[in-house]
Design a protein around this ligand. Structure first.
Ligand SMILES: NC(=O)c1ccc[n+]([C@@H]2O[C@H](COP(=O)([O-])OP(=O)(O)OC[C@H]3O[C@@H](n4cnc5c(N)ncnc54)[C@H](OP(=O)(O)O)[C@@H]3O)[C@@H](O)[C@H]2O)c1
Length: 312
């Protein structure tokens, strides 16, 4: 009986400490969410940073929405994607709707020799915002060794998801540093925040983007540069193969409107309140439970995909 009492006291303090820790985490989460999405504040971006915004992968999905939102805030936009037809279409939509100048650069980020062309096209532009959005993923969740055309997939994901972020930053950051202002938004992913087996290469490339962004932010914030790592969960786009929106899966327009509210406030964000809540829940799960949930979920998506592919 005597020896049980100190043990009970110890457990009491462990319990009280855990509750206090969780209460502090939740309060902090609510405070930062309210600060970004609840309070009206001046946007952390706009032509005052430099009249041009550059968006990679800007003819669809999240990138197109960034281009439109930045144009709505008065920025001229450089659109970069593969297809000149799609670029012309989005470019004329933006010019008509928002009455701003646009420029297009048709390149395939799978190639490594495109950066001289991009550099020449961007020469002389006063760039205030760079959105490193372009990214590619797998057709379906798959075990590493079973990924179709593994050699090319490795190269493609590394070149598009990683090299583009480094090279575009290398091209645009010097001008920002010279003018002591600028914003760089790097679109990582929830799967860059937490490891996602069966999407291993994608997840690892997005972790690179997250670390790269955090490091560059620390290196250049004293030069007036704000770098943000954006870590979305599902957004209804072609890449996600999701058309139907829900509270948990916003449209690209809704997602980007809310994500842009965090610019200047949060160097690392899930960009959308429900995604931030999910991030907080996942971050307190024990890793065995987290991996069990993710593996089971990705295994069932894989099975459904393969079954459907076999039928066709
Ligand atoms: N959607 C999601 O649920 C989600 C979640 C987390 C993170 N993300 C990230 O968000 C970013 C945007 O994804 P999204 O869902 O908006 O994708 P999306 O709808 O598939 O749009 C991709 C855009 O990139 C362009 N693009 C694709 N491959 C390209 C290449 N090799 N070279 C040049 N341009 C290329 C496409 O235009 P063209 O085909 O005309 O070239 C298109 O404009 C990606 O980095 C992705 O990893 C998305």
């Amino acid at each position: 009986m005597e020896s049980a009492l100190p043990a009970a006291g110890f457990l009491y303090w462990v319990g009280a400490g855990t509750v206090a820790y969780l209460a502090l985490r939740i309060s902090y989460l609510l405070f930062t969410a309210f600060q970004a999405w609840g309070l009206g504040h001046e946007p952390g971006f706009g032509p005052a940073l430099g009249e041009w915004a550059v968006v990679t992968g800007s003819t669809d999905g999240i990138g197109k929405s960034y281009a439109e939102e930045l144009a709505e805030h008065g920025m001229k936009v450089v659109l970069i994607s593969r297809s000149q037809d799609k670029l012309n279409q989005v470019s004329s939509e933006i010019r008509e709707k928002f009455k701003v100048e646009t420029k297009t650069i048709a390149v395939d980020f799978v190639s490594e020799d495109i950066y001289d062309k991009i550099k020449t096209s961007l020469a002389g532009l006063n760039i205030g915002v760079l959105v490193n959005n372009v990214g590619v993923a797998y057709e379906y969740p798959e075990y590493f060794l079973e990924i179709p055309d593994l050699d090319n997939t490795i190269k493609k994901l590394i070149t598009v998801n990683i090299l583009s972020v480094c090279k575009m930053t290398q091209l645009v950051l010097p001008g920002m540093v010279k003018r002591s202002k600028g914003v760089i938004l790097n679109i990582s992913s929830f799967s860059g925040m937490f490891p996602v087996p069966l999407l291993t290469i994608y997840s690892a490339t997005k972790a690179f983007v997250d670390f790269f962004s955090q490091c560059i932010h620390e290196e250049y914030k004293s030069n007036g540069i704000f770098v943000q790592s954006v870590l979305p969960f599902y957004v209804a786009t072609k890449l996600a193969k999701i058309r139907k929106t829900s509270l948990q899966i916003p449209s690209a327009e809704t997602y980007v409107k809310l994500a842009l509210k965090t610019v200047g406030l949060k160097p690392r964000t899930n960009g959308y309140p429900i995604h931030s809540l999910l991030g907080s829940i996942f971050s307190v799960l024990p890793s065995w439970l987290y991996f069990k949930i993710i593996m089971n979920s990705n295994k069932s998506v894989r099975a459904r995909y393969l079954k459907k592919a076999k039928k066709n």
